[in-house]
Write a protein that binds this ligand. Structure first.
Ligand code: GLA
Length: 389
């Protein structure tokens, strides 16, 4: 496509998107080819060193096709049509289990017990100090080096009305990766008849603990391995973000995005401001920050972000119950990993939009709490809605 045609499509789409109501995602485009539910079926994906078999589940509905591994609850492939109806996998990943075990920067994985960083891997709860194994400089990242992304989940398929999906369960023993309490975790992946991908998280504990679950899908709406996400148009409904210290731990301040590269409220291309020499962008080597969502914590998922890729016309809306969104612009992809289609992943080849509570909340009294106590149920839901323009 010529540069000028691309520019026209991009600006027209961006204008339409800015004006469009959040719920109007299915107003046009891909709705024609929707429904066609395919109940989940499974096949063997690989075997772990201890002999455990890992299954790959394959399901589709409403024009969205999903492949999920029992290992890490990993979304190994998420296929979406472009505006011509051509399907592409829009999530980074591998074609082999061994790569997920050895090399994966959390591609597609469920993250727990604690999404993002806990400073020095340490926190105090009810007067007791807990030390977690550190795996990211001085800090604990994404639940530790054997987090939920490295566990084999018990997967049960379901069909419910027009929905198809998978229920994933994992019981994390007391003390696993340093966290107190047995954490019984249930994650439900649902594909709706409109092709929405919904994730519902639930957890209970038998002792006071902290929990912050998320999903670490790396999106490239042009297709994984198809280059940079620099031209993806992104809008985030956040007037504030949490700046970080040199090891990417929030300083505790809540800072306005206005007048900074962190202002995605009106929508702009990911690449537009990424090369501004802003101290926070230098720290993250790009965007790797928690956005404080204006809607706050909500009982039902509410719209927080729109991602649009002008050439393919693929568009994704994100709605969540969570108060935060970690926008990570794939900064640490460095050309050393070969993806599922044999293409090399380089810096900025994908982005993550991780719905969550704020990083390091157990050490930040000013942030919404991540403490879970016996008798309470942790709940979090995120919905990805897909369309084309
Ligand atoms: C999160 C973190 C990043 C990075 C990636 C995985 O998004 O915030 O700093 O660790 O996960 O590489």
């Amino acid at each position: 496509m010529s540069t000028s045609r691309r520019a026209v499509i991009a600006s027209a789409a961006a204008a339409g998107l800015t004006a469009a109501a959040a719920g109007a995602a299915h107003a046009s485009g891909a709705s024609a080819g929707r429904a066609n539910a395919q109940p989940p079926r499974s096949e063997r994906f690989g075997v772990l060193a201890d002999g455990t078999e890992v299954q790959r589940w394959i399901l589709s509905n409403g024009g969205t096709r999903l492949k999920v591994l029992s290992y890490g609850g990993i979304v190994q492939s998420l296929e979406l049509p472009d505006r011509e109806g051509t399907y592409t996998n829009v999530s980074l990943g591998f074609d082999q289990l061994s790569s997920y075990v050895k090399d994966s920067p959390y591609f597609g994985a469920l993250i727990g017990r604690y999404g993002n960083r806990i400073a020095n891997g340490r926190f105090t709860l009810d007067g007791t100090e807990y030390q977690l194994p550190v795996n990211d400089g001085p800090n604990s990242l994404h639940g530790g080096d054997q987090g939920f992304d490295k566990r084999v989940w018990e997967v049960t398929p379901f069909t419910s009305g027009d929905d198809v999906g998978l229920t994933l369960r994992y019981s994390s023993p007391d003390g696993e990766m340093g966290y107190p309490g047995t954490l019984d975790t249930k994650v439900v992946y649902t594909l709706t008849r409109q092709g929405d991908f919904r994730i519902d998280y639930e957890a209970t504990t038998d002792a006071p603990t902290v929990v912050n679950l998320t999903s670490h899908i790396y999106f490239n709406l042009a297709g994984e391995g198809n280059g940079s996400i620099s031209d993806h148009w992104l809008r985030i409904a956040a007037s504030n973000y949490t700046p970080v210290n040199p090891t990417l731990i929030p300083t505790g301040r809540i800072t306005k995005v206005a007048g900074s590269p962190f202002d995605f409220r009106e929508g702009k291309s990911v690449g537009r401001d990424i090369r501004i020499a802003h101290a926070q962008l230098l720290r993250g080597q790009g965007f790797d920050h928690n956005f404080v969502l204006d809607k706050g914590i909500t009982a039902q998922p509410e719209h927080v972000a729109t991602l649009f890729e002008p050439e393919s016309g693929r568009r994704m809306e994100v709605a969540t119950t969570e108060p935060g969104l970690q926008f990570y612009s794939g900064n640490f992809l460095d050309g050393t990993l070969v993806g599922s289609r044999g293409r090399v992943y380089r810096q900025g080849d994908a982005l993550c939009l991780e719905t969550q509570h704020f990083p390091d909340s157990p050490n930040q009294p000013g942030f919404p709490t991540t403490v879970l106590r016996p008798g309470e149920t942790y709940r979090s839901s995120t919905v990805h809605t897909f369309s084309t323009r």
